[in-house]
Design a protein around this ligand. Structure first.
Ligand SMILES: *[C@@H]1O[C@H](CO)[C@@H](O)[C@H](O)[C@H]1NC(C)=O
Ligand SMILES: *[C@@H]1O[C@H](CO)[C@@H](O)[C@H](O)[C@H]1NC(C)=O
Ligand SMILES: [Zn+2]
Length: 423
């Protein structure tokens, strides 16, 4: 016994026990859950996946049913046999992509900074909301070119913050607006965007971009959902608004007022669905706060040129539209820049990205921020980025991959920044 205590003490001295992260009780385990990858190659197979999704609300689709791409979904352990039989019966090819979601999550706990733990920011861990907000505060106190706006409050009353990096806001230089973590579980999006912010603030070469560009970051557009992924459910995607007694959350990225609810299968009207669009466009205080901030900024002269919405996973750099396969008016230029972005990403670590309109590259969607940003004419260079990986880890990308993912992504986004200033 005595020996054990000594060992634990020695361990604590080396590892700093205070920072040791263990999730709170009630953090959903996902033990035995699998992620299955199915490949629909015929219309019939596609329909059988759509029916599967409709009839089994307990399946969590990580990638929506698609004929052009893989369809990935998480299955609770007690449903695996039934679902496998269904897929075989309908001649859909499939295999387990992640054999045990719970084990994968637990293997990463050391790289999760759980709620309540206080640590300085780093890019070796996924950080909780309070740490991110404290870091924004640190940045604004240390640098006159950093300004933090509170643009509204979430359903549960958390602040929603925009960080502006600008050396001379009144000059109205070409501006980029970048958001992340609209889908709560896509942690790598925020880790990457915070890395980019840090590079612009602290790396002299990147800081020089501020001579020509203003940056606006909305790093955690969905703070309730993000916090929930640290306290309760790693796999939460939506907001945390309450739709009925037992039904929480809207897919904020189906909640924007452009072609909202306009195409069949592009979003859901069922409140339990992961792609529930909400009862009305901008029903969510989070998307509404973003709309008001962007519209007011534009009215007061901000020269918005580019909007990038950062997500995971799949390695895509996509342009409008989501709601129609028709090419956008600026298709050729947007696609050319997207290809340069992909090329510059790949040049760093060889990571391969696919480019194209989102509806034809992954699956059709409506009411997305991308379509709103482009369709309203507020921005021209509009993109949706789906970061690493292609499915080995999916949303549960290991903390050790934050840095390489962030580095290559920034190399790509810089192409857009340079394009809008004509360099
Ligand atoms: C903010 O700055 C303080 C003082 O330097 C530091 O102790 C703290 O760790 C920083 N916070 C974050 C989240 O980096
Ligand atoms: C990187 O982007 C530039 C445009 O900024 C382009 O000229 C160049 O070909 C791209 N590099 C690669 C490897 O695609
Ligand atoms: Zn997403």
């Amino acid at each position: 016994m005595y020996k054990l205590i000594l060992t634990v003490l020695a361990f604590c001295l080396i590892q700093t026990c205070a920072a040791k992260t263990v999730p709170s009780q009630g953090y959903q385990s996902f033990d035995g859950y699998q992620v299955i990858r199915a490949q629909a190659r015929t219309l019939e197979q596609g329909m059988s996946l759509i029916n599967l999704q409709r009839d089994h609300p307990s399946l969590d689709f990580w990638k929506e049913p698609s004929l052009t791409d893989d369809t990935d979904f998480m299955v609770p352990s007690d449903k695996i046999l039934e679902i496998s039989q269904y897929l075989s019966l309908h001649n859909v090819e499939f295999y387990p992509l992640i054999k045990d979601v719970g084990q994968l999550i637990a293997s990463q706990y050391d790289g999760y900074q759980m709620t309540g733990v206080r640590e300085p920011i780093s890019w070796t861990k996924y950080h909780n909301l309070a740490t991110m907000y404290e870091w924004f505060q640190n940045l604004t106190e240390a640098h006159s070119f950093v300004h933090v706006y509170t643009i509204g409050q979430s359903t549960e009353g958390r602040d929603i913050k925009v960080v502006r990096l600008s050396k001379d806001p009144s000059a109205n230089k070409p501006a980029m607006f970048i958001d992340s973590a609209i889908h709560a579980r896509e942690w790598i999006s925020l880790a990457t965007v915070s890395y980019i912010m840090n590079q612009i603030v602290n790396n002299p070469e990147d800081n020089a971009l501020l001579d020509d560009v203003d940056f606006y970051f909305l790093p955690i557009i969905n703070p309730d959902g993000y916090e929930y992924t640290f306290t309760t459910n790693r796999m939460w995607r939506k907001t945390r608004s309450r739709n009925s007694a037992s039904c929480y959350g809207v897919d904020a990225n189906r909640n924007y007022d452009y072609e909202w609810s306009s195409c069949s299968g592009c979003s859901s009207g069922v409140c339990t669905s992961e792609t529930f669009r909400g009862d009305t466009p901008f029903s969510e205080p989070e998307t509404e706060a973003m709309r008001v901030f962007i519209e007011q900024s534009k009215q007061s002269g901000v020269n918005f040129q580019s909007y990038i919405s950062v997500h995971s996973y799949g390695q895509y750099f996509m342009l409008p539209w989501g709601y129609t396969p028709a090419p956008p008016a600026d298709y050729e230029e947007l696609q050319m820049v997207a290809n340069y972005v992909a090329g510059n990403i790949s040049a760093v670590y060889g990571t391969e990205y696919t480019t194209g309109s989102s509806s034809t590259t992954i699956y059709p969607t409506d009411g997305t921020s991308q379509d709103w940003a482009y369709g309203t004419g507020l921005f021209k260079y509009v993109y949706t980025a789906e970061l690493r990986d292609k499915g080995i880890y999916g949303f549960i990308l290991p903390p050790t991959l934050i840095l390489p993912t962030a580095e290559e992504t920034w190399a790509g986004f810089k192409v857009v920044a340079k394009h809008i200033i004509g360099k």
